[in-house]
Design a protein around this ligand. Structure first.
Ligand code: ADP
Ligand code: NA
Length: 335
């Protein structure tokens, strides 16, 4: 069977270097890796998952677009991969409902993420938040995905998808659903704030100096890195020497992630040098990487019709794959 990978990402706005190195770049790599094996990727903006908690409608619409634009600008190629937003393919919601009738309450009660996400106010959480692993099952089963990239925290949900697929296939004597295998994604970098090495780089940090936005120009990037918090010591000979120096460790980690190498390799180059030398080199590398991405991003922003066309094209391709599967699901049920 040809490899078919399906993956979704929650739409988020004000994207930064952490989002790029921790999430967006992994999709670009996955796309190229899967293409080399002759397979294909379906990538979607998970807007139906976003509404399991309240989202301001205008902001959600903006975030879906800016996440899509960032993915394309970073190299997700709509000619190679099927890129779309989930709400544009109604089959997700339809199969989600059908599978709500297959999944058992006991199975969902065992999902640890709901306990974490609902917190103390379990009774006040939406039914959608409780049932969202079922929609996730529909998201992948609808494309008869063979592989799904999952981090540690999502393994339980993929198991659930396999259980749901097995029960549906058994109950209705069909072989409609393919049992997807987990795919271990390339280890994602975790980027910390430029102002505090113990806090994650995040859009919710009130200080804009704490993060590098995908839309920052070269001068802004260089200034932010120049002002990034560091210590006065020179760079050590090896990664062990970065322990207890979170800010230094973060800057070396950013360099390593961008250069696609390890901290040891970066330190071999910069050992004994101070941040006066290291920061300009890092700034240059960040500018070199983000420059083309932000240029493509502003192009897409100037031409919103182009983004709409890309997403509409992706949604049409996704519908063509999903609708026949939903039709068989209905027929299997006698509907
Ligand atoms: P933020 O923390 O800025 O609100 P989100 O929570 O919206 O970002 O995350 C969107 C995606 O980007 C997720 O896949 C998340 O793991 C990744 N991500 C966010 N911040 C970082 C970071 N500092 N380092 C690595 N990955 C990150
Ligand atoms: Na967040």
């Amino acid at each position: 069977m040809t490899k078919r990978v399906v993956s979704g990402i929650q739409p988020t706005g004000n994207l930064h270097l952490g989002n790029y190195l921790g999430a967006i770049r992994n999709w670009v790599r996955m796309q190229d890796e899967v293409a080399r094996e002759g397979g294909e990727c379906f990538f979607f903006l998970a807007d139906l998952h976003a509404i399991t908690v309240y989202n301001d409608p205008k902001e959600l619409a903006r975030n879906v677009r800016s996440m899509a634009a960032a993915l394309i600008a970073a190299g997700v190629d709509p000619a190679k991969s099927t890129l779309f937003n989930q709400a544009a393919v109604s089959a997700h919601a339809e199969l989600g409902w059908i599978l709500n009738c297959t999944a058992r309450i006991g199975w969902l009660n065992r999902m640890t993420q709901f306990k974490e996400k609902s917190g103390k106010n379990r009774e006040g959480a939406s039914i959608g938040l409780f049932a969202y692993p079922v929609l996730q099952a529909a998201d992948v089963l609808i494309y008869r995905a063979t592989h799904v990239p999952v981090g540690e925290d999502q393994k339980q949900h993929l198991e659930l998808a396999r259980d749901i697929a097995t029960k549906f296939n058994t109950d209705y004597e069909t072989e409609l659903f393919v049992l997807p295998e987990p795919m271990i994604p390339a280890s994602a970098a975790r980027i910390m704030s430029l102002r505090d090495g113990s806090a994650k780089m995040s859009k919710s940090d009130p200080s804009d100096m704490s993060r590098i936005n995908l839309t920052d120009d070269a001068d802004t990037i260089t200034a932010k890195i120049r002002k990034a918090k560091t210590d006065a010591d020179p760079l050590p000979a090896n990664p062990a020497g970065l322990e207890g120096r979170p800010e230094a460790k973060n800057l070396v980690g950013i360099y390593a992630a961008l250069a696609d190498t390890g901290a040891a390799d970066v330190l071999a180059r910069f050992e004994g040098q101070g941040f006066g030398a290291f920061k300009p080199a890092l700034a240059e590398l960040v500018v070199e990487t983000l420059g083309p991405i932000s240029a493509r991003l502003s192009e897409l922003e100037r031409d919103p019709g182009e983004l709409d066309r890309i997403l509409a094209h992706g949604a049409a391709k996704a519908r063509a794959a999903a609708e026949p599967v939903v039709a068989v699901a209905y027929a299997s049920l006698g509907l």
